[in-house]
Write a protein that binds this ligand. Structure first.
Ligand code: NAP
Ligand code: MG
Length: 513
């Protein structure tokens, strides 16, 4: 079966059901009982010998154990990265590009296995992991393989005798802290440019989703990465995070995750003079103006709100609709919420899988309880999909009549929940859209180019989409948010080069040389 990105974007469901749970006979993924850290090119047991269970959100059952690392393990990984950094930084750009291409090849050769591993431990349906998350990560390594080759310095005349040339140098060791919602793709966003620009990496995945990272590293062992260039530390952020952020061997830290943790990481890093890049939460608006194509708007709002069970920083959360079209739009969106199949992440016909953990489920249901208590109207969904057993499934939910000051409209829910808000004018729409501490992504649906451009200018967001869902990104253009959603330089494209390198400027007086 060949799946393409279009399967995520369209109604056409893949037909095969050949994916079976890891561990069962004939599965695409075999899972060992226990996994360790990858340090200095070897699999290494955690120094304290402790392990933790990896639980699938599809059935709530543990399916393997992984290292529960401590500070000492992080120090070993940092030491390995530190020892490898000079040689890797001096590797030719051609060789680095070749290594990145081989990483892409290795991931691609294991695409199905990695998609199933990610779906099983994260809960994201295979139609997303197989058609988007894993192939996009492959493409990402290829993009940065190409970008490596176009790393250019400059030279500037100072006077008749003197010229200054300036060029990019690697930073050294980069610590990378990744959230649970895109275990491979978020890591690829950071690992690919870090390696491309000559840095070595200590990678800490979220403890909910270690298997995807481990299986990726297993696939990479033959890609020609010198020992110590990429190190993987599995463990709790609350235990290993501080050492990774503050250790003297680390030059920069790139973090994607929640605001609470991200701000603490930023303070620790900045206090020690380290470069810090933070991609944090969102509370992203979609504005539907009265002249919009309502079918298109409903489809894109549904994708933005319900794909990945709403567990995306760029998920659509607040849907601001001009009153004359509210009734028709809300009927269309609610119909999609009811139609989209909620189910097993490994069933190719599922569009919405479970939330990724019991804690995410509890938080999500808590918000829905708040909505009920505050008198909101639930147009679709509104609770757990009880018929799906012990998995952490929440039905795609559409809310309306939510109090303007409600937590539902102010806090990131990270579940498949869209909240509708009626407004009487474009000005009221933009005011409502900007009424949030976040500023990551935003959509507008309209046929009026003037209104679209006004929105693009007036919305406080790092990414603006016109007649498109708020999620879904390309790598050749910068990505990041404003206000509380991001700090430090943008990710992607040339912006990544600015974060992962520093300029060196050399003056030469030719007359005295
Ligand atoms: P999280 O709880 O903040 O965790 C993110 C990462 O930080 C995990 O690897 C976590 O490890 C680690 N961590 C936890 N405590 C730490 C500490 N004290 N020091 C250093 N690291 C620590 O976020 P999440 O729940 O995984 O991810 C969801 C959040 O990520 C949402 O807010 C979402 O909006 C945001 N996100 C943002 C973007 C973006 O590009 N803006 C993209 C995706 C997601 P453990 O898992 O071991 O706790
Ligand atoms: Mg897990």
């Amino acid at each position: 079966m060949t799946l393409t990105r279009d399967h995520v974007m369209t109604e056409a469901a893949p037909t095969s059901a050949e994916f079976v749970a890891p561990g069962s006979t004939g599965s695409v993924v075999e899972v060992k009982p226990r996994y360790e850290n990858f340090i200095g090119g070897r699999w290494v047991a955690p120094t304290k010998g402790e392990y933790m269970a990896n639980v699938s959100p599809v059935n709530g059952q543990p399916f393997c154990e992984v290292a529960k690392s401590t500070k000492e393990d992080v120090e070993l990984a940092l030491d390995a990265a530190h020892q490898a950094k000079d040689a890797w930084g001096e590797t030719s750009l051609t060789e680095r590009a070749a290594v990145l291409n081989r990483i892409a090849d290795a991931i691609e050769a294991n695409l199905e296995m990695l998609a199933v591993a990610e779906s099983w431990e994260n809960g994201k349906p295979v139609r997303e992991t197989l058609a988007a998350d894993i192939p996009l990560a492959v493409d990402h390594f290829r993009y940065f393989a190409g970008a490596t080759r176009s790393l250019e310095g400059r030279s500037t005349e100072i006077d008749k005798d003197t010229v200054a040339y300036h060029f990019h140098e690697p930073l050294g060791v980069v610590g990378q802290i990744i959230p649970f919602n895109f275990p491979l793709l978020m890591a690829a966003w950071k690992i690919a440019p870090a390696l491309a620009y000559g840095n070595t990496v200590v990678w800490k995945p979220a403890d909910l989703v270690p298997l995807t990272s481990i299986r990726v590293v297993e696939a990479l062992v033959d890609a020609g990465l010198p020992p110590g260039v990429l190190n993987l530390i599995i463990g709790r952020g609350s235990t290993v995070g501080e050492t990774l952020v503050t250790h003297s061997a680390v030059s920069a830290i790139t973090f994607t995750g929640s605001n609470a943790v991200g701000r603490a990481v930023q303070l620790q890093a900045v206090a020690r003079g380290k470069r810090a890049q933070l991609e944090l939460g969102g509370k992203n608006p979609a504005v539907v103006l009265a002249d919009a194509d309502l079918g298109l708007a409903a489809e894109h709002v549904a994708r933005g709100s319900f794909l990945s069970a709403g567990q995306k920083c760029t998920a659509t959360s607040r849907v601001i609709v001009e009153r004359p079209v509210m009734e028709e739009f809300s009927e269309r969106l609610s119909a999609l919420a009811q139609e989209w199949k909620v189910g097993d992440a490994l069933d190719p016909t599922s569009r919405v899988g479970p939330l990724s953990s019991a804690a995410q489920l509890e938080t999500g249901l808590g918000y829905l309880q708040t909505a009920r208590t505050e008198g909101a109207t639930i147009l679709a969904g509104g609770g757990r999909a009880d018929e799906l057993g012990e998995g952490y499934f929440v039905r795609p939910t559409v809310l309306t009549d939510v109090r303007p000051d409600s937590r539902i409209l102010r806090e990131e829910i990270f579940g498949p929940v869209a909240t509708l808000l009626a407004v009487d004018s474009y000005d009221a729409a933009i005011a409502a859209a900007n009424d949030t501490p976040f500023g990551l992504s935003a959509s507008v649906f309209t046929r009026d180019l003037g209104a679209a451009l006004a929105f693009a200018n007036e919305i406080k967001a790092g990414v603006v989409k016109v007649n498109l869902e708020s999620a879904g990104l390309e790598y050749q253009v910068p990505f990041g948010g404003t206000k509380d959603s991001s700090s430090g330089s943008r990710e992607q494209g040339k912006a990544a080069r600015e974060f992962f390198t520093e300029w060196k400027t050399v003056y030469i007086d030719s007359q005295r040389a």
